[in-house]
Write a protein of this length. Structure first.
Lengths: 299, 441
């Protein structure tokens, strides 16, 4: 733990990059968070129209129905997904009729969400995110209440929050990037993924802190705080790496062969898992050490 | 030692029995078959918002319950299998508008579904304020909101309706009518309203429009009223039929629809199951290669964990969605974490020179604190998510929360029992190899 400042540089730079990408491009919210509709249809495999054909067929209908912008994306080998404002059932039917002029279609999926519901879902998600974070921090302060020397237990809580913000920032930044280059959207499953990562981040931080707690409590050793922290990290290193490796294996299976609807979810979790693991080693503990040193210098 | 081996065998037998139960009841379509959500089985979800602004706060729950019954009755009349009608409160903290969420498995024709619900009439009785008799409608034909006072009497209190014909002699007097009968509560309310307002007009609203506003001649007991309007025999008959299926106590509007085709749902389920199996095999290989004997034990206890979870899904029953499956897969990851924490801890104790038996006990005891604390953090998260979340998040939170609880039990109790029951001697070369990990010989 001699180089805690240099170690801290890596997460600091990556977080900064994520913040820049977020500020630059922002996130593209999906229709379930803003309101809108999504219509997924498939054509018979023998007569799939080109995307240009679909776009030009839809354009007049969109104009007459005042749909505003209609986004057409190919889906699978023989399908298209249309995204537009929230539709009534009649509007959807006339849109399907238009698509049907290019060949017989089958409706695979239709979702229409009014803007109020979307806004509500977003607010609920954000409140849940905040509430989970606060409750977990309170719990950590409680779980580590007996550890007050040399660093007070609430400081473990603060460090856990900083680590958590870092772990959430990275997948969020990634989605700002993916949204910019590939049009990826964040939906309610993305919020679920972030909430899960909150748990994972806390989990990783707790495992290391728990070891520090145990090593600080052990009598008969004469070592400085940063030596204790360094030893605790080494002791939990195998666990941290192996656990995230196994979880990443499972998530990779979900990403590559799982349902299309949970693919982005799996990707968010994979990135978050990796971020959460390295931050418990390179961010949480060095931060604790840096804080303790700063404290000593100023006392 | 004997007791440990005895419990290990019991655990295996119970797990095998539950495994057989899962295998036997899956796909059979019975009470214990897996319940798949709409995103996996195909179907339609409709969300309506209920306007309860005119209902006194004390009666909101009652009128929502009656709304739910009416819609359920109507859907059942159309023969949808296992429809689900739930009420929920919107808004960020569940204090906003009331919602009615209707799940129709197997129905992919939204027109049909919406029509089915849309025909439910909204029946209200309102008193015309004195002085407003001639100005009950606005220039555009809609009712003048200033002219009426609510009476609280709505379609909620209806018991039956029937087509009748007037018994007068003129053509107008023999026009088709709809006679409605109130239930006892409605009859009491009706008699009170008519008794207190003799000489005033009582307007009958159907779907927000005034269809007639007769003058109350006298207090009416017996709970029968007649709706007259410009009915033909057919329109009166269809109104009576619709009223018999139930009238809405409050107005509802459609706010979101979601339809998933059956093929898409099937593909999602298939892909989810395949991903789960591949993921499980891959992590088993890793655990066994790296942790050897404790790895094998971890894999066995993970299998038992999965069997327990699947049994719980069937017994509660938990409606499985794509998000729920993701929650399950993630909870498997968590159960693995517990096993890895324990295995690492045991290794340290062995390296410190303890005998296998003592190392296993000590390893479990020391890993327990970290497992407990992190699982409590996960439980806090799932409870909040379940409480605040919308349906998709709720599904995830329920499965994940259950997973955390079950994995605490399976990792600690089951793995520990098996490892101790095996009674490995870590002093011998074979025992030492089995209890070590990674690249060590």
């Amino acid at each position: 733990m001699k180089h805690e400042k240099r170690l801290l540089l890596v997460p600091a730079v990556i977080s900064l990059l994520a913040v820049i990408m977020l500020l630059l491009w922002g996130l593209k919210p999906g229709i379930d968070l803003t309101g809108g509709s999504l219509l997924q249809v498939s054509y018979q495999t023998t007569g799939v129209p080109s995307i240009a054909q679909v776009q030009s067929a839809v354009a007049p209908a969109a104009a007459s129905l005042k749909l505003g912008e209609v986004r057409v994306q190919p889906t699978g080998t023989n399908g298209y997904t249309l995204t537009e404002r929230a539709l009534t059932n009649d509007e959807k039917n006339s849109l399907e009729q238009t698509l049907g002029t290019l060949g017989p279609i089958h409706e695979d999926e239709f979702t229409s969400v009014s803007p109020t519901i979307g806004q509500e879902l977003l607010n609920k998600g954000l409140i849940a995110l905040g509430l989970v974070a606060v409750c977990i921090i309170l719990f950590i302060a409680f779980a580590f209440r007996k550890v007050s020397k040399p660093v007070a237990s609430w400081k473990y809580g603060i460090v856990a929050i900083i680590t958590l913000v870092h772990d959430i920032l990275i997948p969020t930044g990634l989605f700002a990037l993916l949204g910019h280059v590939a049009g990826a959207e964040v939906d309610s499953l993305f919020i679920v993924a972030l909430l899960t990562l909150l748990g994972v981040s806390i989990n990783n931080t707790i495992v290391v802190f728990d070891r520090i707690r145990e090593n600080l409590g052990a009598v008969g050793r004469k070592e400085t705080f940063d030596e204790t922290v360094g030893r605790s990290i080494m002791q939990t290193l195998a666990r941290s790496i192996n656990t995230s490796l196994t979880v990443v294996i499972v998530l990779a299976a979900l990403y590559f062969v799982g349902p299309a609807s949970t693919q982005d979810f799996a990707l968010t979790l994979i990135v978050g898992m990796i971020a959460g693991t390295y931050s418990s080693i390179f961010l949480a503990s060095p931060l604790l050490v840096a804080w303790e040193k700063w404290q000593r210098r100023n006392s | 030692m004997f007791a440990l081996r005895y419990s290990a065998v019991i655990i295996l037998i119970v797990a095998a029995a539950l495994g057989f139960f899962i295998w036997h009841t899956t796909g059979a379509g019975g009470r214990f078959d897996f319940k798949l959500g709409l995103d996996l089985s195909g179907g339609t979800e409709l969300a309506y918002s209920a306007d309860t602004s005119k209902v006194p706060a004390s009666q909101i729950q009652d009128s929502l319950a009656s709304l739910q019954t009416v819609i359920e009755r109507r859907i059942n009349a159309f023969g949808v299998s296992e429809p689900q009608v739930q009420t929920a409160q919107g808004g960020a903290l569940g204090t906003g508008q009331y919602r009615l969420i209707i799940d129709l498995p197997g129905v992919t024709n939204v027109d049909q579904a919406i029509a089915m619900i849309g025909q439910t009439p909204l029946l209200e009785f309102k008193l015309v304020k004195p002085g407003f008799e001639s100005s009950t409608t606005l220039p555009d034909g809609s009712p003048n909101p200033l002219a009426f006072t609510d009476t609280g009497l709505t379609g909620e209190y209806l018991s039956s309706a029937a087509l009748q014909f007037g018994n007068g002699s003129s053509a107008l007097a023999t026009a088709p009518l709809v006679q409605i009968n109130f239930n006892s509560q409605g009859a009491a309310l009706f008699s009170q309203i008519t008794g207190n307002n003799v000489g005033h007009e009582l307007a009958i609203f159907l779907d927000g429009q005034v269809i007639s506003a007769p003058v109350i001649q006298q207090k009416i007991d017996g709970g029968t009223a007649v709706i007259s309007g410009n009915f033909t025999a057919e329109s009166a008959k269809s109104l009576a039929d619709n009223l018999n299926l139930g009238a809405l106590p409050v107005p509802i509007t459609l706010v979101s629809t979601q339809t998933i085709g059956p093929t898409l749902g099937e593909q999602a389920t298939h892909a989810g199951v395949v991903a789960g199996i591949i993921g499980f095999i891959a992590l088993s290989i890793f655990l066994i290669l790296w942790y050897r004997l404790p790895g094998v034990v971890a894999v066995v206890s993970l299998i038992i964990y999965s069997i327990l979870m699947l049994t719980i899904f069937k017994l509660i029953p938990v409606v499985l969605t794509a998000a729920g499956l993701a929650g399950f897969i993630l909870s498997v990851g968590l159960a693995v974490d517990a096993n890895i924490l324990i295995a690492e801890r045991m290794k340290e104790e062995l390296a410190a020179g303890k005998k296998a038996d003592a190392a296993i006990r000590e390893g479990f005891a020391r890993a327990w604190l970290a497992i407990r604390d992190s699982n409590i953090a996960h439980l806090i998260a799932s409870v909040i998510l379940f409480w605040l979340g919308t349906s998709i998040i709720k599904g995830f939170a329920l499965v994940f929360g259950l997973g955390v609880l079950v994995s605490m039990f399976s990792a600690i109790t089951i793995s520990r029992t098996f490892l101790l029951a095996l009674g490995v001697n870590a002093e011998g070369p074979v025992g030492r190899f089995l209890m070590r990990s990674g690249l060590n010989k």
